[in-house]
Design a protein around this ligand. Structure first.
Ligand code: 26V
Length: 829
């Protein structure tokens, strides 16, 4: 290839002077703002443009390497990505954090104020979305040829305000500020079709859709740690501009043409809450198909661009389905291969089964997606037709085995005939994927013995486990600067960031009193930062001497925030009864959003706030208890709260939390866990040892046995007067004297499905054990250090390495495959 002369556009890397110049340049010439008038948000945008230049360098280099070396790629399809702020993360991953800080100092700008201007892109509900974001960080860091696909929702997760103790939802206008971080890709657009008729002539299918909209791509660049590799996350926006109704337009009815455009663009308007009711389900199905159709078309176009023939797709491409939400990718790929590329059914199906893999993230039946045949047939007639055919061939094969009765066939059928005829998306995912995994050992085991038990008989080698992980870059290096300095001092700079297992070296230092004291100082600094935040935002003063007891996650009955509150109430009662006992002061911290239509979850938020109101203002409590509900939980808030925690509440009913990833983030930041034997808690216990984690409550087997015999909460209420008193106080309005019946309806309807009463006593007793343990600070911080030291396994780098090796069969770019440094800026023609 001929080579053009090299252009002189290398950006400064570590030089604070040049970074400062670049920031000022961007401010003036990109944003058009006079430095004299610039506000922190302008400075942030200018700085982000400067940082983006650096990341873009790695991004283009990486892309070039993938093409030059014909790398097999993985595409990660997810309806949610909870990325958190991009700016500091990119500075840390690119190794330019200190230089930027210095440049800010030179500009006499307060670093924290400026970075605080960045909006969190809240493009997810919770764990599943944040996991996708940790995985993108690890994919880039491990140099794995990968690309994410998602939706660029105009409004992400709502902003939560607490007014009179209650959650109020406000729109999240995250795109209103400039999005310096994303590249619009006006040439990456694909039509996505809906509705219409399916004509079948001579066994040839012809789909005539009623409606077409355009998916338009935006690339968010995901930098890996070390600055060598950056991968794209391509987010689709629904756009009607390319396709507005020409008939209307030609008729001269400009407004009619535009009206349609507005409703089409609704597709990428909002992120769905994860308990959404029937209303608006049609739009959700449209969103799922929109993501899938645009992404699969893009994957095919990219493949054709890189290789001569589409025949090699299965050799060069792996597509991962993050839960069932993108499972329509299977019939969509079938459709494109058969109807557009002219492949036979057999050849197309063979390719599908090779490229797709699927992760299950929940066992709870209400979260398993199904779609009515009526809706699917109306919206996607060709896809429903393909699903029927997949199901027919599959069931014929199962029958041919001669091993199973018709009841078994009914159970494994992709079409559920018992509930008004619905497509079972998880079944389709299992049938069309070559690997299916759960997200923690216990979850994967339960998966093959409960929801997928029948399929595990049919395809035993298809099921596997990949325990979740979290990125140490964001969850230590970005979130916890004092701990970062501590680890760098004791372990060396790059070791733990890239090889978290090496953090085990800390085990040799845990008995050293000076090291314990040094860590105590780290914790104190983080607690102070959180205390300052709480005082500034909520006007509540808390003492860093108290034990910080934290539960932050989506509000859901199965996560049992209610049990946490009941412990607080019991403690309140006990303090009033035994004021002279040597009580350990505690601050109970909560944060989390309830889905807007989830009545009980919203009541739980209200109860937390009602209890806070009474307890925080009762002088007899003498600040021995403080209860704080921090509004508007987000990735950025988690980055402030987690490093400050002493105690991490992971108290879901055993068998309900697939994995949890907050549990890992807390332990990694030196909090001790109080938890049930659920999700990844089980593996955390294996790693840190029984003495350094507080496990309580019934096991999965005990929970199941109670269900079998007929669980009755009254059994526990009768036996335990303290518990009885707590429940009575809630139900009779002790904490809501203005409205004594406030909690009566929830408790009456309450069969205690998540067995709070059964675990209450064991939970409260464990909390007293924790108070005693906390008194001996040396011992406590020793345990905290042991937790940190044994979290190596829970790096998302380990999870991703397992996916790459066991599921996707993808090899990272080698050192030799990266373009040499001096080749960075040459343009080949
Ligand atoms: C379900 C639905 C149903 C339709 C509307 C939109 C929607 C969005 C999300 C969901 C399911 C959420 C599943 C989820 O977040 N699972 C969590 O995944 C984490 C990562 O694997 C895991 O750590 C948590 O335990 C698990 O609850």
């Amino acid at each position: 290839m001929a080579r053009l002369p090299e252009y002189e556009y290398r950006m400064p890397t570590t030089d604070a002077d040049r970074i400062r110049q670049s920031i000022v340049f961007k401010l003036i010439f990109i944003l058009g703002v006079d430095p004299k008038d610039a506000k922190p948000e302008h400075w942030l945008n200018a700085a982000m443009f400067t940082a983006r230049d650096l990341v873009t360098e790695s991004f283009l280099r990486t892309r070039r390497s993938h093409i030059d070396h014909k790398k097999r790629m993985v595409y990660y399809l997810s309806m949610e990505f909870l990325l958190g702020r991009a700016f500091t993360n990119s500075l840390i991953n690119e190794g330019i954090y200190d230089a930027f800080k210095e440049a800010f100092q030179q500009l006499e700008l307060d670093f924290d104020t400026v970075i605080g201007e960045e909006e969190d892109p809240g493009l997810g509900n919770g764990g599943l979305g944040r996991l996708a974001a940790c995985f993108l960080d690890s994919l880039a860091t491990l140099r794995i040829p990968a690309m994410g696909y998602g939706i660029r929702y105009q409004y992400g997760m709502f902003k939560q305000e607490i007014i009179d103790g209650q959650q109020v939802e406000k729109p999240d206008l995250w795109l209103d500020k400039d999005m310096a971080w994303q590249f619009p890709r006006p040439n990456k657009h694909y039509p996505v079709a809906f509705g219409g008729q399916l004509h079948i002539e001579d066994n040839v299918r012809c789909w005539e859709p009623a409606e077409k909209i355009t998916a338009l791509g935006f690339d968010e660049i995901i930098p890996g740690y070390g600055g060598e590799v950056a991968n794209p996350l391509r987010l689709w926006t629904a756009h009607a501009g390319y396709l507005f109704d020409l008939a209307d337009f030609n008729k001269g009815d400009y407004f009619a043409a535009m009206r349609n455009q507005t409703s089409d663009e609704n597709i990428s308007r909002v992120l769905y809450p994860n308990d959404s009711t029937e209303s608006g389900r049609e739009l959700r199905l449209k969103q799922e198909y929109f993501l899938v159709s645009a992404s699969i078309q893009d994957i095919i176009a990219r493949h054709k661009c890189r290789f001569d023939s589409i025949d090699t797709l299965a050799d060069e491409v792996a597509i991962h389905l993050n839960d069932t939400h993108p499972v329509l990718a299977i019939p969509e790929l079938m459709r494109l291969l058969i109807d557009v590329e002219g492949w036979t059914w057999e050849k197309a199906w063979d390719t599908c089964c090779k490229v797709f893999s699927y992760t299950n993230h929940t066992l709870m039946s209400e979260a398993l997606e199904t779609w009515s045949l009526d809706l699917m047939g109306r919206m996607l007639p060709r896809h429903l037709d393909i699903i029927f055919e997949i199901n027919k061939i599959f069931l014929d094969e199962v029958r041919a085995l001669g091993l199973f009765d018709e009841d078994f066939i009914r159970r494994v059928s992709i079409i559920d005939e018992s509930n008004g005829r619905r497509v079972r998306m998880a079944w389709l995912a299992v049938v069309g994927s070559h690997k299916v995994n759960g997200v923690a050992k216990i979850h994967s085991d339960l998966m093959t013995t409960s929801i997928f038990a029948d399929f595990a008989k049919l395809f035993p080698s298809r099921f596997t486990n990949v325990t979740n992980g979290v990125t140490p870059r964001r969850w230590i290096a970005v979130a916890n600067r004092p701990l970062t300095a501590f680890l760098d001092k004791h372990l060396g700079t790059n070791q733990w960031r890239l090889h978290l297992e090496k953090i085990a070296a800390l085990n040799d230092l845990v008995d050293d009193k000076a090291v314990q004291e040094e860590f105590a100082e780290v914790k104190r600094a983080n607690k102070q930062r959180l205390a300052d935040y709480i005082e500034k935002e909520l006007g509540i003063k808390i003492s860093t001497e108290a034990l910080f007891d934290v539960q932050i996650k989506r509000i859901h009955e199965y996560k049992r925030q209610a049990m946490n509150v009941m412990h607080i109430i019991d403690r309140y009662n006990q303090i009033l009864e035994n004021p002279d006992k040597d009580w350990q002061p505690r601050v109970f911290i909560f944060a989390g959003k309830a889905a807007s239509s989830y009545y009980v979850a919203k009541k739980i938020i209200r109860l937390i706030n009602d209890v806070a109101e009474v307890v925080n203002h009762d002088e007899r409590i003498r600040d021995l208890i403080k209860v704080v509900f921090i509004p508007n939980y987000s990735v950025s808030l988690a980055q402030i709260i987690i490093p400050a925690a002493d105690l991490s509440e992971q108290i879901s009913l055993a068998g309900t939390e697939a994995s949890g990833t907050g549990n890992m983030k807390f332990a990694l930041n030196g909090a001790l866990t109080v938890g049930t034997l659920d999700g990844a808690n089980v593996e955390i216990r294996e790693k840190v040892g029984d003495e350094h984690i507080f496990i309580f409550g019934n096991t999965v087997e005990q929970v199941e046995a109670l269900r079998q015999k007929g669980y009755d909460p009254l059994d526990y209420l009768e036996k335990d007067p303290d518990l009885r008193r707590v429940v009575k106080q809630i139900v009779t309005g002790f904490f809501s004297p203005q409205e004594p019946n406030r909690y009566a309806d929830v408790s009456q309807a309450y069969g205690d499905y998540y067995q709070v009463m059964a675990d209450f006593r064991s939970y409260v007793d464990t909390q007293y054990r924790i108070d005693d343990y906390y008194r001996d600070k040396g011992n406590w911080y020793r345990s905290a250090l042991i937790n940190i030291a044994n979290m190596g396994h829970f790096s998302s780098d380990r999870s991703i390495a397992e996916y790459a090796e066991n599921i996707w069969n993808i090899k990272p770019l080698t050192e030799a495959e990266l373009p040499p440094e001096d080749d960075r800026f040459s343009i080949s023609v």
